[in-house]
Write a protein that binds this ligand. Structure first.
Ligand code: TRP
Length: 430
């Protein structure tokens, strides 16, 4: 059975903060430890170029995010952890998908639409400040996902539309060229909290209200001290409802600890003391990782090496898939094409497909070469529909049929591939 493949990307445009940790990093590292799951995590540095034009910031953020994920416990032996720009097949697939993606579909992408709406509202030209990169963002993201045949993509709600677009592009590609790509699904983690920031709004870089994840402890303490509270005095009971301090505490604390804090609020704990407790609780979880983070940041060459090893592992999948896709779309080795033309025999000499039923009541499919050799032979299938679908895929020369569990090769692979290529060209010229 193929394991469940889970993939997610992190744009390298900032410094990880507590909200990233609670909302994405911590749950992802936990999920990566589950058995039976093959996980892919990557640094989306090509995506970062869409928003960030400062080279130093891109490089710095890539380093910080890599160190953060490793410090948080991501095990590069267990998962595939790589940098997007180390995989040249990704921009190549991006182009293939660009040729599939409807411009109308991309017009509806939220990030692009938001910019256009803002421009129009401000009386500016619709496309002011819109780069083709922003417009193409969903296509690059689809290539990230489809390249590794991910089944599930854990993302925030704001990204669901992008996963649906990736499905769309995969379906169009498969429709035109055969079943090569897996249709992904968004996996939304319902239980993960979004953390409030220093001003009480959602913690986000764009609100400038974040608490850095791996700042030195004295900085963390200071940032927590500046967290917004109401003006209740020590001794006055305080409400946990709507309290950013309480919500952040809860994201780190156990159930009994949370209960105790709720009690302390009711009994009028001073804000300064509650902030001390919040600092202590966060620091207890973060401190061991901070040690790892600091030592990784001191050895960037080690991170570079880990990422390159991850890319080598990832390319063991991306290179063969891309070779298959190049073949599928017709970017082919011309010497093989010339042979096909030379051998292009009269119509009756084409490979053929036989569908039949045996005495045991089961259904069979066979691919027979023009000279009568059996190239592929199916096992007995229970349903005539299944046999019919299989036969139809063979008739269209769909090369992905080779991975069908019921098909047994009866001849060397190149002969089979050549026959399928011939069927493909016949079905296309028909
Ligand atoms: N767009 C995602 C974000 O901003 C990052 C990303 C890039 C991504 N490629 C991806 C996420 C592929 C999941 C899968 O959060």
């Amino acid at each position: 059975m193929t394991p469940l493949r889970v993939l997610t990307g992190i744009t390298t445009s900032g410094t990880p903060h507590l909200g990233n940790y609670v909302g994405a990093i911590r749950p992802a590292v936990r999920a990566s430890l589950q058995p039976g799951v093959q996980s892919f995590y990557f640094l989306a540095d090509y995506h970062a170029l869409i928003k960030v034009g400062e080279p130093e910031r891109i490089a710095r953020s890539t380093l910080e995010i890599a160190a953060t994920w490793l410090a948080a416990g991501l095990d590069p032996q267990r998962v595939t952890f790589y940098r997007q720009s180390d995989i040249p097949e990704i921009p190549e697939l991006t182009w293939f998908l660009t040729c599939m993606a409807g411009k109308g579909l991309l017009n509806r992408a939220h990030a692009y639409k938001a910019q256009v709406d803002k421009n129009l509202a401000g009386g500016a030209d619709a496309d002011a400040d819109v780069t083709a990169g922003l417009f193409m963002y969903p296509v690059l993201m689809a290539a990230d996902i489809l390249m590794f045949k991910a089944h599930q993509v854990p993302v925030g709600r704001d990204q669901i539309q992008h996963i649906e677009m990736a499905r769309d592009m995969a379906a169009s590609f498969n429709h035109l060229y055969g079943e090569h790509l897996v249709l992904p699904e968004a996996a939304i983690e319902e239980t993960v909290a979004t953390l409030p920031g220093l001003d009480g709004r959602k913690m986000s870089k764009s609100y400038d209200n974040t608490i850095a994840l791996f700042a030195p402890p004295q900085v963390l303490r200071k940032q927590i001290a500046s967290l917004v509270t109401d003006s209740r005095k020590p001794g006055e009971p305080k409400s946990t409802e709507g309290s950013a301090l309480f919500q952040i505490y809860q994201a780190f604390a156990s159930e009994p600890e949370t209960q105790a804090m709720r009690q302390a609020f009711a009994e009028g704990i001073a804000w300064a003391q509650a902030k001390d407790m919040l600092f202590e609780r966060i620091d207890r979880e973060i401190a061991p990782m901070r040690g790892t983070y600091d030592s990784l940041m001191a050895r960037p060459a080690q991170i570079e090496e880990i990422l390159r090893a991850g890319a080598a592992k990832a390319r063991q999948l991306s290179q063969p898939l891309m070779a298959q896709l190049r073949q599928a779309v017709g970017l082919r080795d011309l010497s093989a094409v010339a042979q096909q033309v030379a051998h292009a025999a009269p119509k009756h000499a084409a490979p053929s497909i036989k569908q039949y039923r045996e005495a045991d009541g089961r259904f069979f499919v066979k691919l027979i070469d023009a000279d009568g050799t059996t190239l592929l032979q199916s096992l007995g299938l229970d349903s005539p529909r299944e046999a019919g679908t299989l036969a139809a895929r063979l008739r269209q020369g769909d090369a992905s049929v080779l991975s069908h569990p019921a098909l047994q090769p009866g001849a060397p692979l190149p002969a089979i591939e050549q026959a399928l290529a011939r069927l493909l060209s016949l079905s296309q010229s028909a």
